[in-house]
Design a protein around this ligand. Sequence first.
Ligand code: PEP
Ligand code: CO
Length: 457
Amino acid sequence: MAGARSPYPGQVSSPIPDLAALQALGPLQQPSYPDRAAVDTAVSRLRTMPPLVFAGECDELTDKLAAVTRGDAFLLAGGDCAETFAGVTADNVRNKLRVLLQMAVVLTYAASVPVVKLGRLAGQYAKPRSSDTETRDGVTLPAYRGDAVNGYEFTPESRIPDPQRLLDVYHASAATLNLVRAFVTGGYADLRQVHTWNTDFVRSSAFGQRYEKMADEIERALTFMQAIGADPDEFHRVDFHSSHEALLLDYEHAMTRIDSRTERPYNVSGHMVWIGERTRQLEGAHVEYFRHIRNPIGCKLGPSATADDALALAAKLNPENQPGRLTFITRFGAERIRDGLPPLVEKVTAEGVQVAWVSDPMHGNTFEASTGYKTRRFDDVLDEIQGFFDVHRALGTVPGGMMVEMTGDDVTEIVGGGEEIDEARLAHRYESVVDPRLNRVQSLELAFLVAEMLRKA
Ligand code: PEP
Ligand code: CO
């Protein structure tokens, strides 16, 4: 079925390749399961499960990302590097959502642009790794590949890839998304709650106080609007979408369904899915899978990406050149963004290719602290975003948004920021199982600083 052509030039028709056809392309970063039959059983079960998202919701997000592409909206994407099953608790999900809502309101109010809100959540359970194995004190075991694959605990039993976990991903995602949907439509995201999103801890920080002032202004504006009889629906609910890296083809393929309305395939495990930096080979299995689904999709681009790579990916992933369909998420690192990004943006723009450009200021800025913790500097994160804005401003193109790794808790995983977390303090509360995340004060601080960049548009 692969490569079936529709009557429309450049458009791929509905059916997606069989899982076996994708596997035959040798997808990278897949687990080595000891028992393939058990994987097939899990995949068959997943194929019977209800969708987590609807095709129409995915199309709505595509429309919003088209606005991002045009420069009429800014994308705020955030969440954990890797969600964990243990992290599926009401507190954890609410805290994360609360900070994302705060960041979004800061960006919207301070920069007067609509913000498209996207969670890296409800499906972000599988991780690409630079090495297949991990060695500790002379003992070598399979690397942790995310809760979707194996356990974090460093024992032989826990590190064996277990296909039952694919079903656990489905259930964990369903529980998370259910809670998120309840929060964003059930009153919690009502703009009149703008003060309550600011928790005690945040309030005592300098940026928390700045937020309080802004929330006062918003409240006054809302009271005024109400007094004149205006109370639009938008004050009471927000649009929020889910996203994850579609890495494990067994899972993603099993969660792909033909939409009855349009007869086109959608990945129904998340609204937006993206291709990681390590699996974006043009002839690879991931690109082959992604080009068939109709969700809005992202593709990471790091320092090794050339302008021709970007063009070839866009031609294959978005042959109709539909705005909103494709987002390039760039992650060069603060030191390389100003030199590395311009050739890509220039050529892609010159060719008339429609993409949203979004900055991932995290993955090019990771280093190991003297204390052994994997960390990032807040200033590098900020500087990469500034570089991203500078490049787009210089070229007259659109800095469309950012995707950050953040949490709603008071963790100490990233050094710097207003709280001045130093390397010694990382040990205080380092909880991430993979990459370091901005804590809630750092996230809020970043939102204020990026709002300033946006305002200077
Ligand atoms: C990620 O977003 O967590 C990730 C692994 O990024 P990248 O593919 O850009 O390395
Ligand atoms: Co990460």
